[in-house]
Design a protein around this ligand. Structure first.
Ligand code: GDP
Length: 444
């Protein structure tokens, strides 16, 4: 998971100071020494670290903390606030042009994830903001780029404007915007050319596209895994083009976090979105405060709730609740529910959003293994329709057949059957308890 090392170190450090009834200047100095090392090790820009440590130290040693009743907690609050400020403070919203379409120019070096992100962002705009975006293929140099965007467009069932690779990007952008107006698209996302390195020719072209397209946003897509390189790239693009936002991709990888923590401070450009995987829905708006909480082990319950809201089908949830109450929950329903949890994303990512999750000893060592869910799914899928409704009919030979069909062992089949039975028992108890409550009965 991204930020793991940084999160671990920072959490250990603040743990030491959390419960203190009295915090001395020496305590703060000691803590800040460790914070400084943790940030440097996470590849945060040297100057950014220096400024950060200075600001936190000044505030932590100041009156507001020392005089408070819970100085330990106050210090942590200061760290969290400053970390949030470092990443841009408020969440920055995407622009909406007064007169549509809103034009977004996507720029970046090859391999950063620019084309994929263009598709993801359009998908998000449609799904979350009810917009009607159009994609524009203006990377005419990388032979596969136009095809790639067209494929994405097909996957998303979204129009892609392309004039092949013989027309200049400036002309493509111009015609695309006209087309978008005619067809009433309210967002136009232009996938511009990338290069392996920043060069003059590329920049000249991007400047020309900018002049014609008059974009409301210029988003630079950078790969979080490249650490300080990402920050340097952002600086150069910003100097020449004037960026309005950065999209940090591959935050699902093992990045140490340096880019996420330095981009805003170095380039004064906010991170607007983060990419969290290869799939087209693996993108999130960037919330500095939530990210700071995550890094400090305070969890990110808000994102978790949003994820649950967007992936759980409400009708289905109601239906399940009904079944739950009448204890007529079957293995098919169970399978449904597993599917809904899965839609929220990889389990370890979900758990990572719970406050203190990575401090819970039990959780830390349990590899939350998505494979295990697949195994459970496989076992259930190997049952017959009737067995799923009446698992009590599953005898020894049926168990063997199910084990064989799912490629699992009989013990695993037994375990699942037992868990399911326990769950149903619990449901019955809960239902009779709530019925009892209605009749005014008292329970211990
Ligand atoms: P471009 O050259 O900048 O247009 O890059 P592409 O969009 O072709 O992406 C390069 C590779 O990075 C592809 O294999 C993408 O699937 C992958 N990629 C893009 N964004 C993410 C992300 O957020 N996480 C992960 N794990 N991979 C990503």
């Amino acid at each position: 998971m991204a930020f793991e090392g940084l999160a671990d170190r920072l959490q250990n450090t603040i743990q030491k100071i959390r419960g203190k009834g009295k915090v001395t200047e020496a305590d703060v100095k000691e803590m800040m020494r460790e914070v400084r090392l943790a940030l440097l090790e996470a590849d945060v820009n040297f100057k950014v670290v220096k400024d950060f440590v200075k600001r936190v130290s000044e505030r932590a040693i100041g009156q507001e903390v020392m005089k408070s009743l819970t100085p330990g907690q106050q210090v942590i609050k200061v760290v969290q606030e400053e970390l949030t400020a470092l990443m841009g403070g408020e969440q920055s919203k995407i622009a909406v042009a007064k007169r549509p379409p809103t034009v977004i120019m996507m720029v970046g070096l090859q391999g950063a994830g620019k084309t994929t992100t263009t598709g993801k962002l359009a998908n998000l705009l449609r799904k979350k903001h009810n917009r009607k975006p159009m994609l524009v293929a203006a990377d005419i140099y990388r032979p596969a780029a136009i095809k790639q965007l067209e494929t994405l467009g097909k996957q998303l069932n979204m129009p892609v404007f392309s004039l092949g690779d013989q027309v200049s990007p400036v002309e493509i952008a111009k015609q695309a915007i006209e087309r978008a107006k005619e067809e009433h698209h309210d967002y136009v996302l232009i996938d511009t050319a990338g290069r392996l390195h920043i060069d003059e020719e590329l920049m000249d072209e991007l400047v020309q596209v900018k002049e014609i397209a008059k974009p409301d946003e210029i988003f630079l897509v950078v790969d979080a895994m490249t650490g300080q390189d990402a920050v340097n790239v952002a600086s150069s693009f910003n100097d020449l083009l004037g960026l309005t936002g950065v999209v940090l991709t591959k935050l699902d990888g093992d990045t140490r976090g340096g880019a996420a923590l330095s981009v805003k401070a170095v380039t004064n450009t906010p991170i607007k979105y983060v990419g969290l995987g290869e799939k087209l829905d693996a993108i999130e708006a960037f919330h500095p405060e939530r990210m700071a909480s995550r890094i400090l082990g305070m969890g990110d319950v808000l994102t978790l709730i949003e994820k649950a809201q967007s992936s759980v089908d409400e009708e289905k949830a109601k239906e399940l609740e009904q079944k739950f109450r009448s204890a007529s929950f079957t293995f098919d329903d169970f399978l449904d529910q597993l599917g809904q949890v899965r839609k929220m994303g990889p389990l370890d990512e979900i758990l990572g959003m719970l406050p203190g999750a990575n401090k819970m000893k039990g959780l830390k060592n349990v590899q939350v293994d998505d494979k295990q869910i697949s195994h459970v799914e496989a076992i259930i899928q190997s049952m017959t329709k009737d067995e799923k409704i009446h698992p009590e009919t599953i005898n020894a030979s049926r168990k063997k057949r199910i084990a064989k069909g799912s490629g699992r062992t009989v013990q695993e089949v037994n375990r699942l059957l037992k868990q399911f039975e326990d769950m149903k028992k619990m449901m019955k108890q809960m239902t009779s308890m709530s019925k009892g409550k209605k009749k005014g009965m008292k329970f211990p």
